[in-house]
Design a protein around this ligand. Structure first.
Ligand code: B1M
Length: 231
């Protein structure tokens, strides 16, 4: 006779814990999801792997079903809330660093756009790499981006857009940087699911960042070039 008693998390294989995490992200079960995140860390998985193999992979499934009309905004909001719960646990680990501060970045999601999960992950990755981050939040207009760069004397601007309707606003921000004489001294990096390298080039950004795995290297390479060092 088979034993149908549900297994505790500790009894599951790591792959099954990750599957449970994706499923709880999908269902918006924040308490279960945070336990699964903790269990992965307890097993020695890195914060980065837990984030990419669990949380980001889970959000990919949510995105597909949102596109296909299987999930709607209220359900996706529940998933986003669960994702944030998981990220809060990972945040201190991703941001943990002994490295000296190598740069200062202002980051935000552009005007008209409230998607902030990817942008927040990028901010955490940078913090962990010794880049000080001023996270402005979402729905940020050009004046606010420029004022923050000036106030904090930041040398990197990171902009995120998840909607095809909001991505053109990145050019508005870059044009304002130019008109204020700040473009040359600022490294402008852009990212978000609908963007690509051609778009980044066309609007005059320094680089397109496809995902959180590349943001540190791209920022550090461009900082080195600005300092006149070989990248
Ligand atoms: Co929205 N949404 N959404 N949504 N949502 C998308 C983006 C969409 C693709 C879903 C779909 O239909 N398939 C679609 C856009 C279609 C389009 O424009 N072509 C869409 C839509 C249509 C909408 C609404 C219009 C829906 C409506 O109201 N009818 C509405 C718009 C609201 C607004 O912004 N004005 C809306 C609302 C929402 C929620 C509020 C419910 C929620 C957001 C919650 C939140 O962020 N706090 C939400 C979500 C969660 C999504 C999906 C499902 C997931 C986005 C996400 O968090 N991904 C998304 C589907 C999808 O993307 N496949 C979708 C996980 C995250 C880790 O990935 O953000 O791509 P991502 O970030 C990556 C990279 O892109 C990169 O690194 C990150 C980490 O690897 N990156 C950067 C991102 N920003 C960067 C900045 C950088 C560098 C790299 O700077 C240097």
């Amino acid at each position: 006779m088979s034993d149908n008693t549900p297994k505790s998390l500790q009894e599951l294989s790591t792959e099954d814990v990750l599957t449970a995490m994706k499923s709880d992200l999908y269902e918006g079960n924040v308490n279960e999801l945070t336990e699964e995140v903790r269990e992965c860390l307890r097993r020695g998985m890195t914060a980065y792997d837990t984030m990419t193999r669990g949380l980001i992979a889970g959000m990919g499934i949510v995105g597909e079903d949102f596109s296909d009309g299987i999930l709607f905004v209220p359900e996706v909001l529940m998933s986003a809330r669960a994702m944030k719960g998981g990220m809060e646990i990972l945040r201190p680990l991703l941001a943990e660093t002994d490295s000296p501060k190598v740069g200062k970045a202002v980051i935000g999601t552009v005007k008209g756009d409230i998607h902030d999960i990817g942008k927040n992950l990028v901010g955490m990755m940078w913090e962990g790499a010794g880049i000080e981050v001023i996270n402005l939040g979402n729905n940020i207009d050009a004046d606010t981006f420029v004022a923050a760069l000036e106030e904090h004397q930041a040398n990197i601007l990171g902009m995120s857009a998840l909607l095809t309707t909001t991505m053109p606003y990145m050019k508005t921000v870059i044009d304002m940087l130019k008109s204020r004489g700040l473009r040359e001294q600022t490294i402008v990096l852009v990212g978000g699911a609908p963007l690509n390298a051609t778009f980044a080039e066309n609007i005059g950004a320094d680089a397109y960042c496809s995902d959180a795995s590349v943001v540190i290297e791209i920022a550090k390479n461009l900082l080195a070039i600005k300092r006149g060092e070989a990248a």
